[in-house]
Write a protein that binds this ligand. Structure first.
Ligand code: HMG
Ligand code: MG
Length: 309
């Protein structure tokens, strides 16, 4: 039996990664979602991003969202920040953690943040310095760790090299993103093996999108390699405006069910997350993509019918 972590941290990215991809979601609905997620035991909630509103108008109200959420003690409310301007806005909004983001492929980096990988690292330097001065932890996202929608397959050594650069820059954790969800467990294992030679395992997280239905299998692979920080998205919301057709992140409900079934502690209340997922899905007029959420929904309907009879 391989050894799995006894405990994991879930980084809930639905309010950012999920809602950045929706045409319009009201500020009220975003605030309600984050407030509901804050009551589930989650300790890390990505609440928005301070990027150019011309590039991603869906996140233009992140300042208002941060101003209006009811914060729980001990919960990190994080924001994505591509540059110093975004960092300053995040600080003014009271974010208690920020995340920078680049790519392990040049094509996606250019499309997503309008610069090369090398330029992006240079651009992050003043942000990291400012964050250090304010004792603000900085997370680093690395996209396209399996494939790039513009450049094709990404070599594991290339992922390892940029991950090492992000670590050297001062990120406390690197989140490895399979942005278009094409990775399979074997390729993910090879990529993780290369990265783990350069970055300590406890400073790695995985961020799997589920476009090809491999996210849970990839996640299990990552768990078996000691990764204990998992990004996921309530109701399976998500995608990226610069990775056309990419599906949402692996659903938080599915990750919780898998982890609890493996005896891995998450500290998160699955039915409470499912309820938050049903509420935001109703707002978006669709069903969650999470199978666990749908199964819980069926169970709840069946229980109501039994009570009525
Ligand atoms: P640029 O056009 O090269 O930037 O964009 P610029 O510095 O030349 O500025 C252009 C304009 O944007 C200026 O305004 C700036 O003031 C403004 P103007 O003078 O034209 O009126 N601007 C800003 N406004 C607000 N906040 C800011 C900001 N910065 C500049 N922070 C930039 C470069 C990085 C800004 C742009 O490309 C951008 O915002 N990109 C964000 C793209 C994005 O958010 N993508 C989705 C998130 S990444 C993701 O989803 C992947 C992830 O989930 C992991 C995975 O799945 O792999 C994390
Ligand atoms: Mg993502």
């Amino acid at each position: 039996m391989m050894s799995l972590p006894s405990k994991v941290t879930i980084v809930e990215v639905g309010a950012r990664d999920g809602l950045q991809n929706e045409d319009f979601v009201s500020t009220d609905a975003k605030v309600a979602l984050i407030n509901q997620l804050s009551q589930t035991g989650l300790t890390h909630i990505e609440a928005g991003s301070f990027v150019s509103p011309k590039w991603v108008p869906q996140m233009a109200d992140s300042g208002d969202v941060f101003a209006r959420i009811e914060r729980e003690d001990g919960v990190i409310y994080a924001a994505l920040t591509p540059n110093l301007k975004g960092f300053e806005q995040a600080m003014a909004s009271g974010a208690n953690q920020v995340a920078i983001f680049t790519s392990s492929s040049e094509g996606f980096c250019q499309r997503n943040i309008n610069c090369s990988i090398a330029e992006s690292l240079k651009r992050f330097e003043p942000l990291i310095q400012a964050a250090k001065a304010q004792h603000m932890p900085v997370r680093g996202y690395l996209s396209c760790v399996a494939d790039c929608p513009y450049d094709g397959p990404t070599q594991p050594e290339q992922v390892a090299s940029v991950a090492a650069d992000l670590l050297a820059l001062g990120c406390y954790e690197i989140s490895l993103g399979d942005t278009i969800g094409t990775g399979t467990p074997l390729r993910i294992a090879r990529m993780l093996d290369a990265v783990q030679r350069h970055v300590p395992t406890e400073q790695l997280a995985v961020h799997f999108h589920d476009t090809w239905g491999q996210a849970l299998a990839n996640l299990y692979q990552a768990l078996s390699m000691g990764i204990a920080t998992l990004d996921s998205s309530v109701a399976g919301l998500g995608g990226c405006p610069y990775a056309f057709g990419a599906a949402g992140n692996v659903a938080t409900e599915d990750v919780l069910y898998l982890c609890h079934g493996l005896g891995i502690e998450t500290g998160v209340d699955l039915p409470a997350v499912a309820r938050a997922g049903w509420a935001i899905s109703a707002e978006l007029a669709r069903m969650p993509t999470s199978k666990v959420s749908l199964a819980l929904h069926q169970q709840a309907i069946a229980a109501t019918k039994t009570k009525q009879h």
